[in-house]
Each structure stands twice: as structure tokens, then as C-alpha cells.
Design a protein around this ligand. Sequence first.
Ligand code: AR6
Length: 182
Amino acid sequence: MGQTSLKIGSSLLEIVQGDITKQDTEAVVNAANKRLAPGGGVAGAIHRAAGPELWAECQNLGGCETGEAKITGGYNLPARYVVHTVGPVFNNTLQNAKDLESCYLNSLRLAAENNVQSIAFPAISTGIFGYPLAEAAEISLRTVVKFLQENTKPERVRFVLFGADDLQVYRDSLQKIAGELK
Ligand code: AR6
């Protein structure tokens, strides 16, 4: 149940269950910390899979502020690039929603600037940073839909959810948003 994909202009938004480090998209997004250091969750998994050269490159970038994004190589990952973005630590403020929207928007802008045709996102901030998943799903999907309505690149945007329950939340949210577009 729920909706698994949505065509927007010539682009495709899709929602899958899986591991972000295994995605064959041209770029994958890291739910990073401000130091861009290997941590737990997605960041730990991406750094482990990419190898030590990723951390070496990250150390030269001067960190990253909440809501902003930086791009590096993907090293041993299937993806050619990693887009690192730092989500908000959830404390139930309006600023949290703005920052989460900025994460997706700035990641997409950076990808488009680098001519990236396909990109995969994890559910930024919904793990260690505590953002409620249903709210994060709605914000992230709406932001990507709007971006794809206004831009021709990337051609493919994939949301990669780790668990089956998380996948369901995203698919239900996409169904609701797609219904509003009709
Ligand atoms: N593939 C896809 N999704 C995953 C994976 C994976 N391999 N691993 C976890 N998730 P989190 P945050 C899901 O905590 O909340 C780090 O230590 C997970 O179930 O990785 O933005 C950083 O260094 C959850 O839904 O990111 C930061 O300090 C989502 O990905 C901090 O955690 C995000 O969980 C960032 O916290």
C-alpha cells in the first residue's frame, strides 16, 4: 500500500527499502555531523564503506553547518559522489522544519550544479537526531517534489529507508502528496 514512485516532469522520485551504501545512484547523501566525521548511523556506514580516503577529504572542507551541504568523492562506494548534509537536532521548533528543508534543497542544488543525474537520500535527522519520521517524510517529499517541478536535474531521486515500517510511512506520505497534485 502507499505509493512507491512519482513522475514529475521528466524526473522520477522513488521510495525503496535498503542500505544507502549499496545504492547505484551517481550520488548518495550522508546524514552528517558538523565536523563531517565518521559517526554512527548513516555517517558511520558511509565512511566504513567508502574507506579512509573519504574522511581524509572531509577534513579539508572546514565542516558543514546545519542545513548546508558539501560534496566529496565516493571512493569505494558504488556512488561517484557523496553529498554531506547536516540535519537539525530535533527540539520541536519551526526552525527544525526550515533546516530540514534546507538539507534537501541544498543537497539537490549541489547535485544539479555537479551535473548529477541520480541521487539517493536517507531519512535525514530521523535517527540519532530524533526527528519524528512522519513529519520528516512530509517535509522531505514536499521539498523534493517542488524542486523537481522547477528543475530538470536530477532525473532520479531515490529515498532509501532502512526499515519496513519507515518505508510504509514514506509511501503513505507520498500517496497523500501525489493526491494533492492531481
Ligand atoms: N542506509 C539507510 N538508512 C540508514 C542506514 C543505512 N545504512 N543506517 C541508518 N539509517 P542517522 P541523523 C537510517 O542516525 O538522525 C551520526 O552519528 C536510520 O534508521 O544516521 O541525521 C552523524 O555523525 C534513520 O532513519 O542520522 C550525526 O552525528 C536515518 O537513516 C548524527 O548521527 C538517519 O539516521 C546524525 O543523525
